[in-house]
Write a protein that binds this ligand. Structure first.
Ligand code: HEM
Ligand SMILES: [Cu+2]
Length: 572
């Protein structure tokens, strides 16, 4: 077994393939990316309106804000479309692309790929239908746990999304297995290594939410179950809800680790270190969901303490990523002539939207990482729980790092899908920087409002208990909403321009991705996935065993099925 020596000194054997897509790829990957953009379009434009709706000054001058009468409808559509549908479609389309190009073979089964797509697309259609036609009944927010119960179609849409995503995961696992059979003694290139991690995390995590939907929410919605247990449902949801954030984040890491170094003109500091980080995600990203339930009754302080510790551990691979990718960027800047200690961040390709989007995402991620550490510790969490601090945090991470990186990917992938050049590079740059400025301000203002006690998911603009400081920061949030509205318009103008109006041919680029592993030092047993799943199983027992026992209340008797779904008061 080879020992790991850092930093690696050899040159990665780069065998890039051309960016031109085969017809088959254009259709399959294109279908996923377009569906993702349709979902995002419904979601993204709600965001600014929410900031307006929440701002006391805005509401004073524009008392009847057009388009969205129902605040909770808008929040639900925004969260469900952006966080669940846009991300899942985008990740699967991008993962097919990465897998095919890296392993230089088509995905295992095109038929299965299309079956998965159709399931998810029907799910998207059902979800949009129910959100648009039954706005009040379906306004259960993107976390959708009881006692609020949505029409059955809401849950069926989600089930179809999950089913499709499982088929897509299986497709990628099988493609990897075929490759591995032909290359038994090779390390799979890092990009696919990371994707395998991501889909393992996803398949484990979705078990929780699938149980919640199939056995609790859907039967309650259909009237088969008359009572339900919000506490158990919340626990099952967050079993899924935290790893979900890694499912969003890891494809961005794929881009940062395996594409950005080349896009930026440098090379990755250490591949083995990257693999260790990804393995840590398999083991640690699932057993931490209870950190979303620090204020929940019925879960003991000791269980919360265990999950605080595990959450702090799962921040380590992200710190490792910061150092590893940071070193690659420094290397890129040195190649471009950076000399001093602090000039390398400035000597990046800030005029290339693909690079600028990812770098901007990273800047927001620094803020998001630190606001997340505050959420993660059970004691500090008490001061910001359920305040607008929380959306501030996840717009720095999900709305910032993840979304901006996906947009950066889109700026080269969409032209490849369409076969035409990006409509406007200048517009793309303007979009990236307005997004960076808008989200920075959004994070600051929503965070400050949260510290003033402004709750999240509440239409506080006219509340008598809103403090002047809280009101001020909500007004500032609306300013960030204006900037982000401009950015969103620029994004969609460029997408529509590229799809329908761009006449220039696509530039002859190369896929910024390695097709042969440059890593000859990582041990081959890194790819024995059974080891990592075993470790995860043990940790799950330690972290979730007691929680499930507490939630089901084994001591006082079987606590399940106590609440009426439609009333929020406990049954006698
Ligand atoms: C145009 C940019 C955006 C703006 C102005 C914006 C604004 C907002 C606001 C004000 C809220 C809080 C509502 C509340 O708690 O009362 C919110 C919630 C949320 N946003 Fe965004 N957002 C934007 C983009 C995004 C993106 C790109 C994503 C994900 C990809 C996203 C995901 C979410 C989620 C998951 C929620 C929580 C929904 C819930 O509580 O059920 N947002 N957004
Ligand atoms: Cu979490």
């Amino acid at each position: 077994m080879a020992s790991v020596t850092l930093p690696q000194t050899f040159e990665a054997p780069a065998t890039p393939t051309t960016l031109r897509l085969a017809r088959r790829e254009q259709l399959m990957i294109g279908a996923h990316i377009i569906a993702a953009l349709i979902a995002l379009m419904f979601g993204i434009f709600m965001g600014p309106f929410q900031t307006f709706h929440r701002s006391p000054t805005f509401v004073q001058y524009f008392p009847t804000i057009p388009i969205f009468t129902f605040y909770y409808q808008a929040v639900t559509a925004h969260g469900v479309m952006n966080a669940l549908f846009f991300t899942t479609f985008f990740i699967i389309g991008f993962s097919y692309f990465v897998t095919e190009r890296t392993l230089q073979r088509p995905i295992k089964s095109a038929a299965m790929g299309w079956a998965a797509f159709v399931a998810m697309a029907v799910g998207l259609g059902m979800m949009l239908f129910v959100l648009l036609t039954m706005p009040q009944q379906s306004a259960v927010l993107y976390t959708f746990y009881p006692p609020t119960i949505a029409p059955a179609m809401f849950y069926i849409g989600l089930v179809l999304l999950a089913l499709g995503s499982w088929l897509a995961s299986a497709n990628i696992f099988l493609t990897y297995r075929d490759w591995k059979r032909e290359h038994p003694n090779e390390r799979v290139p890092l990009a696919v290594f990371a994707l395998i991690v991501n889909f393992i995390v996803w398949c484990v995590a979705t078990i929780g939410v699938a149980i919640e939907i199939v056995f609790m929410l859907l039967p309650a919605s259909l009237g088969i179950l008359k009572v339900t247990d919000p506490q158990l449902a919340r626990t099952l949801f967050w079993f899924f809800g935290h790893p979900l954030v890694y499912f969003w984040l890891l494809p961005a890491y794929v881009s940062w680790y395996t594409m950005l170094p080349r896009q930026a003109g440098g090379k990755l500091f250490s591949e083995p270190l990257a693999r260790v980080a990804f393995i840590m995600f398999v083991v640690f990203s699932v057993p931490v969901g209870v950190h979303h339930q620090f204020s929940d009754p019925g879960i003991s302080a000791s269980s919360k303490g265990v999950q605080t510790l595990l959450t702090l551990i799962v921040s380590i691979p992200s710190f490792m990523t910061a150092f590893n990718v940071g070193a690659a960027l420094e290397n890129a800047a040195r190649n471009r002539g950076a000399k001093t200690l602090f000039d390398w961040p400035f000597k990046q390709k800030w005029n290339d939207p693909v690079v600028a989007a990812q770098l901007s995402g990273m800047l927001l991620f620094i803020a998001g990482g630190f606001s997340g550490l505050i959420n993660a510790s059970a004691q500090l969490n008490a001061t910001i729980h359920n305040t607008s601090w929380v959306p501030a945090h996840f717009h720095q991470t999900l709305g910032g790092a993840v979304t901006l990186t996906y947009i950066g990917i889109l700026y080269w992938l969409l032209p490849a899908i369409r076969g035409r050049a990006l409509f406007s590079k200048k517009m793309a740059l303007a979009q990236v920087f307005t997004w960076l400025i808008g989200m920075t301000l959004f994070g600051l203002a929503m965070g400050e409002a949260g510290l003033q006690g402004v709750p999240r998911r509440a239409l506080t603009s006219q509340s008598p208990y809103l403090s002047p400081a809280g009101a001020f920061w909500l007004d500032v949030t609306a300013v960030s909403g204006i900037i982000l509205l401009i950015s969103s318009i620029l994004l969609y103008a460029n997408i529509i321009g590229t799809l329908f109006f761009s006449r220039r041919p696509m530039p002859e680029g190369e896929v910024p991705i390695e097709t042969v592993s440059g890593d000859r030092t990582s041990p081959l047993w890194f790819e024995r996935w059974g080891i990592w799943l075993g470790l995860l199983g043990i940790l799950l027992l330690i972290a979730y065993g007691p929680v499930i026992a507490e939630v089901l209340d084994f001591q006082l008797g079987w606590n399940i099925l106590r609440y009426m779904p439609t009333s929020n008061a406990p049954m006698p």
